[in-house]
Design a binder for this molecule. Structure first.
Ligand SMILES: CC(C)(COP(=O)(O)OP(=O)(O)OC[C@H]1O[C@@H](n2cnc3c(N)ncnc32)[C@H](O)[C@@H]1OP(=O)(O)O)[C@@H](O)C(=O)NCCC(=O)NCCS
Length: 180
């Protein structure tokens, strides 16, 4: 059972680290709460073992047991990063977890020469759209009826990782990540 709210979770009281197979149970629990058509266990296992893929977690020590609070899955290929999945446990939203995961992934990719980030998001997903726009992602297209469960369109977004403001933000945050 997860604690019911983040009242007791001090801001940034979580660590960002790579997923290992032992984390799968908690990741699947969040995935099922976060999406109408969640990724399966096998899909996560495939990503865990793929050379292209990286799954990064936010984990907290603040409870009786170490908890996964959120995760991001990215693909690094051909000088681009693709954000495939991002979710945060519903009891711990709006306390900066997705922000940390996104920043960590962008900084990790930038250090490896990546200058473009891509993602797809449901047009109705206001929270995620707000998050991506905050980081300078721009809409470059729409995939009509892309999501097979609701036939909803996917908004395709790209981030050009050259902007001075973005880089300052990422490099400043990386100091924090490295100190933790
Ligand atoms: C979208 C999601 C990952 C955001 O996670 P989070 O940890 O709560 O996000 P953060 O606390 O880091 O918020 C960062 C920004 O996102 C936007 N945001 C997040 N929640 C929001 C909400 N309920 N309403 C409006 N904007 C919101 C805001 O711009 C926010 O910045 P601000 O707090 O300075 O205004 C989370 O709501 C989630 O897991 N949703 C279900 C899964 C999902 O839709 N994933 C995205 C798939 S593309």
């Amino acid at each position: 059972m997860y604690p019911e709210s983040h009242d007791s979770l001090p801001t940034r009281c979580f660590k960002v680290e790579e997923m290992i197979p032992d984390d799968l149970k908690e990741v699947l629990e969040i995935e099922q709460l976060a999406f109408p058509t969640p990724w399966s266990k096998n899909l996560f296992l495939r990503e865990l073992h793929s050379d292209l893929s990286k799954i990064i977690l936010a984990k907290s020590d603040a409870f009786e047991k170490r908890r996964v609070l959120g995760y991001i899955c990215i693909w690094l290929a051909s000088g681009e990063v693709h954000i495939l999945n991002l979710a945060c446990h519903p009891n711990f939203r709006r306390c900066g977890i997705a922000t940390s995961l996104l920043e960590h992934s962008l900084f990790f990719s930038f250090k490896r020469g990546v200058r473009k980030a891509f993602l797809d998001v449901r047009g109705s997903n206001k929270e995620a759209l707000a998050l991506y726009k905050k980081y300078g992602f721009k809409q470059i297209g729409v995939r009509k009826g892309y999501y097979s469960d609701t036939r909803e369109d996917a908004v395709v977004m790209v981030l050009e990782m050259e902007s001075k403001t973005l880089l300052e933000k990422l490099f400043c945050k990386s100091q924090t990540i490295n100190r933790e």
